[in-house]
Design a protein. Sequence first.
Length: 365
Amino acid sequence: MIPFVDLKTQYLSIKDEIDTAVLKVLDSTQFILGSEVAALEAEFANYSQASFGIALNTGTSALHLALLAAGIGAGDEVITIPMTFVATTAAICYTGATPVFVDIDPVTYTIDVTQIEQAITGRTKAILPVHLYGQSADMDPILEIARRHNLVVIEDAAQAHGAEYKGRRVGSIGDIGCFSFYPGKNLGAYGEGGMAVTNNPEYDQTMRMLRDWGQEKRYHHVLKGYNYRMDGIQGAILRVKMRYIEAWTEARIACAANYNELLAESGLGLPSALPHNRHVYHIYAVRSPQRDALQQSLQAHDIQTGIHYPIPVHLQKSYSELGHKVGDFPHSEAVANEVLSLPMYPELPIESQTQVAKAIISSIR
Ligand SMILES: *Cc1c(COP(=O)(O)O)cnc(C)c1O
């Protein structure tokens, strides 16, 4: 069987360091926040070329607090894409604001920057691009539009640790960047985790207070806050994994290059990484009008695949109140119907990739 991801192999490759780090936290009893989490904040902010990192319990919390720190709430509109994980939209709704969708670019699957301006109204407060699958959105035009309309830019970088746009790391290009450390993400905790990064000291202070009940100091609650703190054990685990993130990212990029070569003649749509981007391949998705048949055929070869995502958010029942229908965002809908995510993780053996490619080519014939 070729799994879609393999967390066990990675754990075994760093088991001694992880086990030692976890035991150290148990011994210190710094179970929530604490010195390991503080050190992780500094290290991950530095990795993302940002001044500040605020460690949180999930990536969803990072999005929620980023929006709150930017002053977004009821009556405001936030522009984002419907072709994303539901958390992007959910976080906007948590604040009371309304998500306003813009379709994706059919080549990169990130926000179509040519459609942003027509979605801006007097209520628009922020643009929330998603670096889908690990490739940066086209940030320069987004920043330029934001500057002209006085909007905040919040990056959903949950799938894009270490991704770059024109030589700059994502997360620190806009006003606030939001990362997830869900176990299957490119940098994954052994439980839930997330982080917001920013260069703005005010946003940093606000998010730091909001994650811990809005306290300025103990029991002095100056804001209505949340319990969004990171566990000490997750901080320690993530610090160990930070030592390997670059090697793992390079391994993902090499896997993608190998798939590109193996599948060049397959007739499938392959991922398009723009030359000015460092795509970190959280997901390697191929595209085919016969996607479901292809998935079944790979399943029959004992090859696990995924679909990210089969239903765009504007067609989800939970967001029917937004009033959208089939046809509103045609590129998002086409991608949702046609993409198939192939096995992708840093330790994926080259022979497995060859097997995947062979199975794909034989099923297409
Ligand atoms: C994973 C993910 C999130 C949410 O992160 P959690 O840590 O699971 O809360 C948000 N946006 C995108 C695009 C994601 O992939």
